[in-house]
Design a protein around this ligand. Structure first.
Ligand SMILES: Cc1cc2nc3c(=O)[nH]c(=O)nc-3n(C[C@H](O)[C@H](O)[C@H](O)COP(=O)(O)OP(=O)(O)OC[C@H]3O[C@@H](n4cnc5c(N)ncnc54)[C@H](O)[C@@H]3O)c2cc1C
Length: 489
């Protein structure tokens, strides 16, 4: 039995801990916070409970797989429902549109509300499926630093279909070619934000993101998103993982280019293997200053961050569902402001807000808990006090206009996060939600690998490394790391 020390209990760290424990290793997880989950945690204010980070849950089978690996029935530990309505969309001109788990219903809705040719929607969604089948196994389930990834059958299929993968146009260009109505383009462009990127720069390849929602489904866990963290931490403990909360790691100890242990504020621990679930940039800067860092990679532009408002409302809003997006027509300016000017536009609510009634049981009697995400640049020292104040006013004005009532009067509890607090709570560089941005066609190839021969016995998991940010990809990073461990020890 080897000993395994993990820095951080984000979803990637927890998943790796479970996989290693199931493989028979003795695993210890060190977490700086008093609670697990990193971005996937919760906030409580005056009788309201909010999921602090992710609200959209796709590919739940990746969570189920961890229970099955440990010989448990996932359904006795963790449950979720498929959402029949994926999202409600609102525009300031009064247009409203819903998207559904059923692609045909979605196509009909676009035809009815926007006059979009339903055939365009159906063809687009089918095309996503084909691209996903080519890309997913190659990029999302394997290391890009293993020659076998590039020489297998899937790789061959990828080379033969290179033209179809959209490497040479942007997501916005591809969507403009696929649809007639600017609102349809806008709606599908927004999926670039699912990995914190800009649809005007990110390659059309990332247009596969909506495949997960439209062709497979969006899900909601019973008890809220926090139940993903809580049920997996419960599972990790059942398979013998030891958690050290409130124990910040200050060094990854290396000898002769090999990780040999962890130093925390409290003590030093020897391990046969170490993994970092901390963002790559602070890991190299603070935990591995003795090792040569891949500077070019660490200096890549960051993905977007966010200003998130958590509002306890003392009334219910029947027109809202679990996921709601509020658009306005001049959203291009918002992306320019975030990714080029590193600020928010004059109308920082021009692009979108997600307002999710996460779980009505988590609100005071008769009320609702709202989670409102406004996309924002990563922290580079902007005046966040002023930006948060201005954004709060704009969000209230915008949602009030779309819903036809002044929503400010219903807010009875509130909290917020901005890029600074996201950074201080999770150590994510600049508070970026998804590590480096994917704003160029090589970005997918430029993510930090899950292991490097330069520092042996050290694994890397989580949203800042391959294959990327978001819950499913973080879970995949742990799977790829565990596969490497199994094949090489
Ligand atoms: C507002 C918001 C909305 C999002 N929406 C979605 C969504 O809808 N769907 C989706 O799939 N994803 C979404 N994401 C992204 C998703 O939350 C992340 O990609 C994912 O949770 C990151 O997991 P991780 O494994 O990288 O760890 P992180 O969540 O980054 O956690 C890292 C952990 O390591 C700990 N740590 C760091 N340094 C140290 C140290 N030195 N010593 C000890 N511990 C340390 C931190 O305290 C933290 O607990 C969202 C994120 C945010 C913030």
């Amino acid at each position: 039995m080897a000993t395994f020390g993990i820095v951080g209990s984000g979803i990637g760290g927890i998943a790796l801990a479970i996989r290693m424990a199931v493989l028979g290793q003795k695993v210890s997880v060190f977490e700086a916070n008093p609670y697990p989950g990193g971005k996937l945690c919760q906030i409580e204010v005056n009788g309201f409970r909010f999921d602090a980070g992710p609200s959209l849950f796709t590919l739940p089978q990746l969570v189920d797989e961890l229970f099955s690996l440990a010989g448990k029935n996932p359904r006795t530990h963790f449950n979720y429902q498929k959402l029949p309505v994926i999202c409600h969309y609102f525009w300031e001109d009064g247009t409203r549109l819903d998207t559904f788990a059923d692609p045909q219903k979605t196509a009909n809705e676009f035809a009815e509300k926007l006059g979009e040719n339903p055939e365009h929607i159906r063809t687009y969604l089918q095309g996503l499926q084909t691209k996903y089948q080519i890309i997913s196994e190659l990029f999302l389930e394997n290391s890009l630093h293993d020659y076998r990834t590039w020489t297998g059958k899937k790789a061959l299929q990828g080379y033969m279909n290179l033209g179809k993968l959209g490497l040479f146009s942007t997501m916005h260009e591809a969507n403009t070619q696929s649809f007639q109505h600017p609102k349809t383009v806008q709606l599908f462009d927004r999926y670039a934000t699912y990995n914190g990127s800009d649809p005007y720069q990110t390659p059309a390849t990332l247009g596969i993101i909506p495949h997960l929602e439209y062709n497979i489904g969006a899900f909601f866990p019973e008890g809220g998103m926090i139940s993903i963290t809580n049920s997996l931490v419960g599972l990790a403990k059942e398979v013998g993982v030891e958690f050290h909360f409130n124990e910040k790691v200050i060094e990854i100890i290396t000898e002769n280019k090999q990780a040999t242990g962890i130093k925390t504020k409290q003590a030093s621990y020897a391990f046969d293997f170490v993994a970092s679930n901390m963002d790559i940039r602070p890991t190299y800067q603070h935990l591995l200053p003795q090792e040569k860092a891949p500077k070019k990679l660490l200096n890549q532009p960051k993905s977007s961050s966010g200003i998130i408002f958590y509002w306890g409302m003392n009334t219910k809003f029947d027109e809202l569902g679990v996921h709601n997006i509020f658009f306005s027509d001049h959203y291009e300016a918002e992306f320019k402001a975030i990714f080029k000017d590193k600020s928010l536009s004059d109308d920082p609510t021009a692009y979108l807000h997600i307002s999710s009634k996460i779980n009505s049981n988590d609100a005071q009697e008769g009320g609702e808990n709202w989670f409102i995400l406004v996309n924002a640049p990563a922290n580079e020292g902007q005046d966040w006090e002023a930006l948060v104040k201005q954004t709060r006013e704009n969000v209230i004005r915008k949602i009030s206009k779309c819903l036809g009532k002044d929503i400010a009067q219903y807010i009875i509890a509130e909290d917020h996060l901005d890029p600074r607090s996201i950074e201080s709570r999770t150590s994510s560089s600049g508070g970026a939600l998804y590590g480096n941005a994917s704003n160029n066609k090589f970005a997918a190839f430029l993510r930090h690998p899950n292991y490097r021969s330069a520092i042996k016995n050290l694994y890397w998991v989580g949203g800042s490394v391959h294959p990327g940010g978001g819950i499913p990809l973080c879970l995949s990073s742990a799977k790829i790391a565990a596969k490497h461990f199994q094949e090489n020890t």
